[in-house]
Design a protein around this ligand. Structure first.
Ligand SMILES: *[C@@H]1O[C@H](CO)[C@@H](O)[C@H](O)[C@H]1NC(C)=O
Ligand SMILES: *[C@@H]1O[C@H](CO)[C@@H](O)[C@H](O)[C@H]1NC(C)=O
Length: 353
């Protein structure tokens, strides 16, 4: 008994030496992106708000989870690909001063089904221009072969004209994290953007080791946050004994988990190694939790209703929308005008589309 108490004391002392308050950070010395906890708690809110189906509130940034928590954000464009049930937005933030691009995760009827499908995703597409790099066709196309990509590139260009040479931060949760990664790579490689930063939450694997290696060279400032036993970062599966054919995460993972010592719980944010598949991070536990997938940093990341592509839009913002033949549409404004001054009443005449 004495011995055990002594051991606990040693552990606790060690933890207080290395922790700031109740947060324990384990750092690596090698260089790479710098993990910023404050930035993560801001970006996770963008990844959360992009799930909103009330586009009037989202466009005018008047939703209860928007302006109260993130002030000084100017929405520039919301892109809704109704055909593929995808949603993303582009706007400009004051802190951090950057163009923010956020992608919504899946809004299928059931998150369980979507996660089960992830087990069977094949590496079935050669990433263009990168020998040996393979990715999953579905993830790639969700960004590259829908109305999402042209909408985003156009909005980024308009933001650039008005706000000048500020950085770009791309974020997203789950499937939205996969799309955020493809978007960041596209901006870097095809649009020659120099300052592109990525932070995703609970994203699945998207490509093989060769792809991960190109990706981390081209978009080094990338953080993949994983949470406790969240299932999705474990998928599609990684097979150590089959290195040529297996999926492989890009670095750098930051793994959030709770460390319990006696009756105390410590929230740990572990900054993982630069391999992308650090065996001491989320891979050290089994990925068996869906609930760990849906809440990051205490913020809910999911649609309010799991109904396929439900959208609500007030008449006030309808004049900002453009619809194509497939029923896909964008809400878009000139960055020089302030949408918040538009006197939009989100509840009047709101109708589901
Ligand atoms: C972390 O990010 C926040 C929010 O953008 C910023 O205000 C702060 O200066 C950053 N801290 C460091 C050390 O870069
Ligand atoms: C892109 O999408 C269209 C229709 O959705 C499809 O016919 C075409 O094969 C797709 N192309 C690629 C490269 O995935």
């Amino acid at each position: 008994m004495e011995k055990r108490r002594w051991l606990v004391l040693v552990i606790l002392t060690w933890m207080f030496v290395f922790s700031a308050g109740r947060e324990l950070k384990i750092k690596h010395n090698d260089c790479g992106p710098i993990y910023n906890h404050t930035l993560a708690t801001i970006l996770v809110r963008y990844a959360s708000t992009v799930y909103l189906s009330d586009l009037s509130e989202l466009f005018t940034w008047t939703c209860s989870c928007c302006n109260d928590l993130i002030k000084g954000f100017e929405m520039i464009e919301i892109i809704v690909d109704v055909q593929h049930c995808l949603q993303a937005f582009v706007g400009v933030a004051q802190d951090p001063n950057a163009i923010i691009i956020a992608f919504r995760g899946t809004q299928e009827h059931s998150i369980q089904n979507w996660i089960e499908d992830l087990f069977w995703k094949q590496l079935d597409l050669d990433y263009p221009g990168m020998p040996d790099a393979m990715v999953h066709h579905g993830f790639y196309s969700a960004y590259h072969n829908t109305t999402i990509r042209p909408g985003i590139l156009n909005a980024v260009e308009r933001a650039r004209e008005y706000y000048g040479d500020i950085g770009i931060i791309v974020t997203g949760h789950s499937m939205g994290g996969a799309m955020a990664s493809f978007c960041a790579l596209d901006l870097r490689v095809n649009q020659k953007e120099k300052n592109v930063q990525v932070m995703t939450f609970g994203q699945p694997r998207i490509g093989n080791a060769a792809f991960a290696s190109y990706y981390s060279t081209l978009v080094p400032n990338s953080i993949r946050v994983t949470n406790a036993h969240d299932m999705v970062p474990h998928l599609p599966p990684y097979y150590t004994y089959f290195p040529q054919k297996t999926y492989h995460h890009f670095p750098r993972e930051v793994w959030l988990y709770n460390l319990e010592v006696e009756s105390l719980v410590y929230e740990v944010e572990k900054i993982c190694d630069d391999s992308g598949e650090d065996p001491t991070c989320s891979r050290s536990v089994s990925g068996n939790s869906i609930s760990d997938h849906l809440v990051y940093y205490g913020v809910d990341l999911m649609a309010k209703t799991w109904r396929r592509c439900k959208i609500v839009m007030g008449t006030g913002v309808a004049e900002y929308s453009r619809t194509d033949l497939g029923g896909n549409f964008i809400l878009s404004r000139d960055p020089a005008t302030s949408v918040l001054k538009l006197n939009v009443a989100p509840d009047t005449g709101a109708k589901p589309l």
